[in-house]
Design a binder for this molecule. Sequence first.
Ligand SMILES: Nc1nc2c(c(=O)[nH]1)N[C@H]1C(S)=C(S)[C@@H](COP(=O)(O)OP(=O)(O)OC[C@H]3O[C@@H](n4cnc5c(N)ncnc54)[C@H](O)[C@@H]3O)O[C@H]1N2
Ligand code: MOO
Length: 394
Amino acid sequence: MIGFEEAVARIVALALPLGSERVPIELAAGRTLAAPLMARSSMPAQNVSAMDGYAVRDADMQPVPFNLPVCGESFAGSDPSIVLTPGTACRIFTGAPVPEGADRVIVQENIERDANKARVLRPYGPGRNIRMAGSDFRKGDVLLQAGHRLDWRSMTTAAAADRRDVEVFRAPRLVILATGDELAAPGHAHERAGAIPESVSFGIHSLAGGGGAQVLRSLRLPDDRDILRPAANSALADADLVVVIGGASVGEKDYSREMFSEPLDYVFPKVAIKPGKPVWLAKVGGRLILGLPGNPTSALVTARLFLAPLLAGLSGRNPMDTLAFGSRCCLDALPQTGDRETFLRALRTEAGVTLAISQDSSSQMTLAHSNVLIRREPGAPALVPGEDVTVLDF
Ligand SMILES: Nc1nc2c(c(=O)[nH]1)N[C@H]1C(S)=C(S)[C@@H](COP(=O)(O)OP(=O)(O)OC[C@H]3O[C@@H](n4cnc5c(N)ncnc54)[C@H](O)[C@@H]3O)O[C@H]1N2
Ligand code: MOO
């Protein structure tokens, strides 16, 4: 059985971008640029005022107080070709074109307006209060490099480039299949004896969306081969990646592998980790199938460790960026690790990390109260409180 590092190495080798497409900027959030994004025009396009006040010429300045007649006004969006008549001031607002000939903008707090006159009352200081054309970026500048993921901050930068469409890597299409006779839609489990709420797909859907996938559908299926097989085949027909939840182990109704008609070409059939040993990844044609164990904590831990880097790579990002391990002081004692690499659920606070109250792989309560995984090597010794441990955001 391969270990965690080898499983990740195999994912990195096969998680390559699925190609690129042009999308309207309003659909580009969360996508990764497939080409550099160049500015169509300079920002600002002309010299603009940084403040609300009056544009003046230095040659007209006198010891305060003094008066200047006000001729004209410039608002954000006004005609940029306006010229400042010598011996006058122009009323101006933040973001408005600075009239040709003006050297500075005096903020209105230093000026008293009296009908057509601006009376400069106080010394206005050395600041010119003018943003020069191209001072943020210039026409043709590369604002964002290929490989950059458009987050909420860089979406603003991208839109500022004045491009209607952007070239991004294709979002991996995902189908989620949750299997198990016992599963009911949340809100309906109590209606049937033996049923439990199908919960894992909700976590996986959310992780996948945040990871850049387009989730085509998420289905809840019984352990019935006649129902599983067509669902599995149509998932493979539509998706780049199918995520199957449950049935990964050796139970008599564990059909997650045999529900696919075509033979599975395993990337790995299981991994020596705890929790989540039955996790598997296979190729069928050009598609991928990731089988997650049904136990909710096992499913979410294996999704964090393997689905996150897989989606990153398929959508044009570096898979290893999702596996940035750090080090933290552990406030609890840790037991010796068994023969599998172990990922303990824990909560990070300013003081350090504390173990989740239950380390059972079926736990769902603790998922909401954990935000890191503590990674421990196989056979790692017991630790006393206060020692540093390796952690990953969870
Ligand atoms: N004899 C053995 N038994 C088990 C082994 C083993 O090696 N030999 N492995 C254990 C390990 S480790 C795990 S993890 C589980 C994984 O089993 P499956 O992937 O086959 O999961 P299921 O049997 O389908 O379900 C396990 C558990 O999780 C609940 N479940 C399943 N899907 C969902 C869902 N979508 N939402 C909420 N809860 C779900 C299910 O009801 C079961 O309680 O196998 C061990 N057994
Ligand atoms: O992988 Mo299982 O997660 O140990 O219950």
